[in-house]
Every structure is written in C-alpha cells, then in structure tokens.
Design a protein around this ligand. Structure first.
Ligand SMILES: Nc1ncnc2c1ncn2[C@@H]1O[C@H](COP(=O)(O)OP(=O)(O)OP(=O)(O)O)[C@@H](O)[C@H]1O
Length: 252
C-alpha cells in the first residue's frame, strides 16, 4: 500500500448474523483531510465506523491505519461514538471523562503525570468546557456532553479521528465550536472522518465525501462527489430531504 494513506480499506464486508449490511467497501483517505460519510438511515455508516474502530468484526477485508493492521493500527485511531450509545447516568465528571482519553498513554510503568494533566486541561479549554469540568456528565446539556466527548478525543490524540454524528442534537454555537476543532485537527495533518446527516452543510464542512448506501456509491473531493445524480443514487426513493431548495442550491 501507499505509505501516504492514513486509512485504507480493501474489500470490506460486514454483517449482523446472516444479513450483509456493508458490502465490498474500498476506501483510501489521506492525512490532513476532513471527510464526511453521508447516506440514508440504515446505510451502514455506523457499522463501518465501528469496524474501523475494531468494535465490529469484519466477515472479510482489510483495514489499514497509518500503515498498520489490527491493534497496532488502532493505536493511531481515536473514536468518538454516538452520544446515544453512552450511559450518561454513570457518576463521573466532565474532567474525568476527558482524563479517560489519556489512559491509552498511561502504561503499567508510567503514572498519570504533568503531560497528561496538561493534555486534559488543553482539551477542555479547546472546547470551552473548563468552567464546567467538575460537573457530572449526566447534568450537562447534550451539546456540552458532545464537547466533552470531543475533548476526550483531543486528549487522547492520534492520527485518525472517527466521529459518529458529532452534531446530532447540538445547537448552532456548539456545532460551530466543534467544526472549528475539527478544522484545526485537519490543519494539523490529522484525518477526521465524520458521519453526517445535514446535507446543507456538507459542502462547507468537508474536503472529501464518501457516499454510502450498503456499499460506496462515490468518494472523492466534495465538489466532485456532491452532485444531484450521486445523491439520488445514494438516497434512492428517500429523496424528499434532497429536494429542498437550499440543498439543490448547495450542489449546483
Ligand atoms: N446490532 C445490530 N444487530 C443487527 N442489525 C443491526 C445492528 N446494528 C445495526 N443493524 C442493521 O444494520 C444496518 C446498518 O445500520 P447502521 O446503524 O450501520 O446504519 P447507519 O447508516 O449508521 O444508520 P443511521 O443513519 O440511521 O444511524 C441496518 O439495517 C440496521 O438495522
């Protein structure tokens, strides 16, 4: 493979039981890119992200992250799950959640130290959550919870960041703050992969786009991929959202 790829997927097939939900996915992403994964409900976006994160065993195919497979590859990966997948009643503060991001770096022979504390403080600051760091996570708003998640990812670091719907249920200010953090990661040479639903913001947010509906319909620079023809092929009969005038304007 080319050593330039941050993420390379070849012939990936994923199933639940006997049902194949993701088929023959081939994907190459380069460092320093902000990539959207778009497709209708049930298209397999979360399943694909979970497979990359090592939380879903493939039927077949290979996933190479920064030139390495398996656990070695996943050392370069940071995964931000959907907010709905987390137990928010768990009694833990915002800061403790962010500290979890450092555990990957703290081995048996090394304790949580000054560098870890600094990484946690910087991450909380980057998402403007320093003041609320002692709040229980269950007592934060949805947008604040999402910021904390992002801070944990920042504290962890890595080369490839996977985010499953980071904008779900957040207000405009939080969405803007998150986008700024994602752009800063991209500008620092990281690869940021975001499952996204809002077609209106696709062109503004993402350098590259992956259109998924069970298999990849199109991938490449957003300006080339985000066309009415490709969107129709991806969304099939569920085109109502795409017929909105603002979305049509966005792709013309
Ligand atoms: N744990 C599971 N067990 C069985 N089937 C599942 C499971 N999780 C997802 N599926 C099925 O796999 C398919 C892909 O689901 P997935 O959640 O990956 O889609 P998605 O593109 O992320 O959808 P959405 O936009 O609605 O979040 C769907 O048909 C879904 O019903």
């Amino acid at each position: 493979m080319s050593s330039e790829d941050a993420l390379r997927i070849q012939n990936l097939n994923l199933s639940y039981g006997t049902e194949r939900v993701v088929e023959n996915v081939n994907l190459r992403l380069k460092p320093g890119s902000l990539v959207g994964i778009v497709g209708p409900n049930g298209a397999g976006k979360s399943t694909l992200i979970k497979a990359i994160a090592g939380a879903k065993e493939p039927d077949s195919g290979t996933i190479v992250i920064c030139g390495e497979k398996g656990r070695l590859g996943r050392k370069s990966l940071t995964y931000v799950p959907q907010r709905g997948e987390v137990d928010w009643d768990f009694p833990i503060t915002a800061e403790e959640v962010v500290r979890q991001g450092r555990f990957a770096h703290v081995g048996l022979l090394r304790r949580f130290g000054g560098e870890d504390n600094a990484a946690v403080a910087n991450a909380l600051n980057a998402v403007a959550m320093t003041e609320l760091r002692h709040r229980q996570i269950g007592e934060l708003s949805g947008g604040q919870q999402q910021r904390v998640f992002l801070a944990r990812a920042l504290a962890q670091g890595g080369e490839v960041f996977l985010m499953d719907e980071p904008f779900a249920g957040v207000d405009a200010a939080t969405e803007k703050a998150i986008v700024e953090v994602l752009r800063a990661l991209r500008d620092a040479g990281k690869t940021v992969v975001v499952v996204h639903h809002d077609l209106v913001t696709v062109s503004d947010y993402f350098d590259d786009l992956v259109l998924l509906n069970r298999t990849i319909i199109a991938q490449g620079p957003t300006a080339e991929v985000f066309t009415p023809e490709n969107m129709r092929e991806t969304y099939g009969g569920n085109l109502a959202i795409f017929e909105r005038r603002d979305v049509i304007a966005a792709v013309e």
